[in-house]
Design a protein around this ligand. Structure first.
Ligand code: F0G
Length: 370
């Protein structure tokens, strides 16, 4: 099979963009990501029925491609002259690749010095004009919004509703992989809250159509240094909070999430929870996922770290069926991997230190004997 029907997004086109004509679709293709059972990860978390939905298997290595194919299709369809986004790195990589496919000029706003190496490399490689903004993601988004409005550029952040329509297919696809027998929980990392919003909409629609008969609960997991949504949840969402963000998980280093209201609706409608995990917990979860041969970027590991924490607290039962979404590929952030395994002092528990040797068999033997 070739063409858009091969895409894990456009297979669901009736629920994504029903009026689209096949020839209008800008697709690499994307989606069709695996749902993995990895007993070592499940055992570490303490939930035997844990499955990992690995969105790092998308063409640019993150879930962003699912939203981008839809938003780029709509941009070209409506004759956009250029496209733009603010990003912590993955959206910019995805925008670059899809703009190249669509033949549209692309402009990205990223926080200077705070984007993981793999993502900035991709963005430059795919040909997007890359602006390193002296500020954080929240400053980038404000600037991208203002510049797009003034200069007539098509903004493709997740504030663009077409992005969320595409991102719904993460949930539709995992439900289909489970033969529409919905899990008890779906856990995901939360930054700008676009995905949290999209997941709620997908579940709402799947339930209304009778594709599933009960609602999974959403667990949205933030990094503790960038957790305004988790703090607000603890206060019953009485206040919309913002913080000055800091975390090793640069993808979710966001202090003023944009899709706030829609994400609140998701949590409320699914009896969901929002929690936060420390950078140390994120790095440990990542080391476990990586060492299982699966691999993911730091932000993605927040979902698994969150499930472990919610299990320890008794919120998630030992026999629960849980899907944790891994949002990005291990190679997105090689700097984090090298720092963890090679540079941190003292070495963390799961550090896999490389050993430098002279080119002699005796030295190899010495290493093997250790
Ligand atoms: N995981 C990864 C790997 C991400 O790149 C992001 C967001 C998230 C999780 C959080 O998703 O924002 O929908 O709550 N990355 C955006 C970007 C901000 O610019 O690439 P969210």
């Amino acid at each position: 099979m070739t063409g858009p029907d091969h895409s894990g997004v456009w297979r669901y086109r009736e629920l994504v963009l029903p009026t689209i004509q096949t020839h209008e679709i800008v697709s690499h293709p994307e989606g069709n990501t695996p749902l993995l059972a990895r007993p070592r990860v499940a055992g570490w978390v303490g939930v035997e029925g844990l499955l990992l939905k690995h969105e790092g298997h998308n063409p640019t290595g993150s879930f962003k491609d699912r939203g981008m194919t839809v938003a780029m299709t709509q941009a070209r369809r409506t004759s956009a002259r250029a496209v733009a986004c603010a990003s912590t790195g993955n959206t910019s990589a995805s925008l670059g690749a899809y703009a190249a496919l669509a033949g549209l000029p692309a402009l990205v706003f990223v926080p200077a010095g705070k984007v993981a190496l793999g993502k900035i490399a991709q963005t430059m490689a795919y040909g997007a004009r890359t602006l390193l903004v002296r500020g954080n993601f929240d400053d980038c988004l404000r600037l991208a919004r203002e510049a797009s409005a003034e200069l007539g550029i098509h903004l493709l952040n997740s504030v663009n509703p077409f992005r969320l329509e595409g991102q719904k297919t993460i949930v539709l696809e995992l439900l289909e992989q489970l033969e529409w027998d919905a899990p008890d929980w779906i856990a995901l990392p939360a930054g700008n809250l676009g995905n949290t919003a999209a997941f709620g909409k997908a579940l709402r629609e799947a339930h209304a159509l009778g594709l599933i008969t009960r609602m999974p609960r959403i667990a949205a997991v933030q990094a503790s240094g960038a957790a305004p949504f988790a703090a607000s949840f603890r206060g019953g969402f009485a206040e919309r909070l913002h913080v000055d963000p800091e975390t090793i998980a640069t993808a979710i280093r966001i202090g003023a999430p944009a899709s706030w209201d829609r994400a609140v609706r998701t949590i409320q409608e699914t009896s969901g929870v929002v929690t936060s995990v420390s950078d140390a917990e994120i790095l440990e979860a990542k080391a476990i996922i990586d060492a299982a041969g699966v691999g993911c970027e730091p932000a993605s590991a927040a979902s698994v770290a969150g499930v472990k924490q919610l299990r320890a607290r008794g919120t998630i039962a030992r026999d629960a069926r849980v899907v944790a979404v891994l949002t990005g590929h291990v190679l997105k952030d090689p700097g984090a991997v090298v720092a963890y395994h090679q540079e941190m002092e003292p070495p963390p528990e799961h550090a896999n230190r490389p050993i430098e040797i002279e080119p002699r068999v005796a030295e190899v033997e010495r290493v093997l004997r250790r």
